[in-house]
Design a protein around this ligand. Structure first.
Ligand SMILES: [Zn+2]
Length: 118
């Protein structure tokens, strides 16, 4: 029974067992070749540009709305925006890319199971 794609995605775990780590390191976007827990061959995932597109759309909305609110209310100089917004953009961006990639890999495993068994 495959793990829930949402649960495996948010926990960034193996799509089959939901236990083994999906990524090589804490900040890496590289998928481990084999699950440490169940031995699933994870080299066959094919999520394409899906995670990046979803993150750009969601993160753009998440960051632009507060940036516009700060600009409208306080009208700070440009350098305040330049210092303020890269922190949430890079922090949330890396986390959201990992989660979206893990969700799409788990969905591929659930719906295109044969891709992982070659
Ligand atoms: Zn596994």
């Amino acid at each position: 029974m495959p793990a829930s794609p949402i649960k495996a995605g948010f926990l960034q775990r193996c799509p089959r067992c939901g236990q083994g780590a999906l990524f090589e390191g804490a900040l890496s976007l590289s998928v481990r070749p084999v699950c440490d827990s169940c031995g699933l061959d994870m080299k066959s995932h094919e999520e394409g540009d899906g995670p990046a597109v979803l993150v750009m759309l969601l993160l753009g909305a998440i960051v632009v709305v507060p940036a516009l609110m700060v600009e409208a209310r306080y009208q700070p100089p440009f350098w305040v925006h330049a210092l303020l917004w890269p922190v949430p953009i890079f922090g949330l961006g890396i986390w959201m890319l990992r989660v979206m990639k893990a969700i799409l890999i788990a969905m591929q495993y659930r719906h295109r199971h044969d891709d992982f068994d070659v």
